[in-house]
Write a protein that binds this ligand. Sequence first.
Ligand code: GLN
Length: 232
Amino acid sequence: QVTLDRDKTYTIATDTTFAPFEFVNKKGEFVGIDMDLVKAIAKDQNFMYEIKSVGFNSAVQALESNQVDAVIAGMSITPERKAKFAFSDPYFDSGVVMAVAEDDDQVTSYDDLKGKRVAVKTGTEGATFANSIKQKYDFTPVAFDDSDSMYNDVKTGNSVAVFDDYPVLAYGVKNGNGLKLVTDKEKGNSYGFAVGKNKNADLLTAFNTGLANIKTSGEYQKIQDTYLKTDK
Ligand code: GLN
């Protein structure tokens, strides 16, 4: 039984730019799959919330220090994070992939990273993966706070490659971000909505109930189609 505080405005932290999950559209609105999911679920479950677009690592740290009630940011449900946070049911499958500049025909595999710089985002599954193979392939991960900065570093040639989530890089490449994918997707964890451990259990239950409801109603599929449907 959910006993949400209906007078409270829950604060939910997110990444700054992680299309198609959270990003600013042409009208200057903050939109994306995560944003639309929360909106639909809050409506279904009747709670008020406010989005704080602070960046991925800052969002996770804000949750850890109880400065926000929850995080939704294409946040992977990892075993390490489960020690600190409670996650909703998974709502999107992901994985990590490598991309290089569109016009680069030199770097086509991890072997070609030898002696080079590779862009990663602080505190992410992509960064963890890059760090796990950096010795084997002899490259240097360079950390950024947001995806746009990583992609720019590759486009200007400072880094030769970037590791980021497959659904995000694939969407970016399709929308002409100037990069291309060169490796197969590495297995990663699905995304979940996170709250502090033993905190906001009601909010988590409401999220799960709302998620199930919008799956049944077809709204969840509609949200995904808004951003991902490619029958052009
Ligand atoms: N899914 C990745 C993670 O949780 C990256 C999330 C992000 O960059 N917003 O680590």
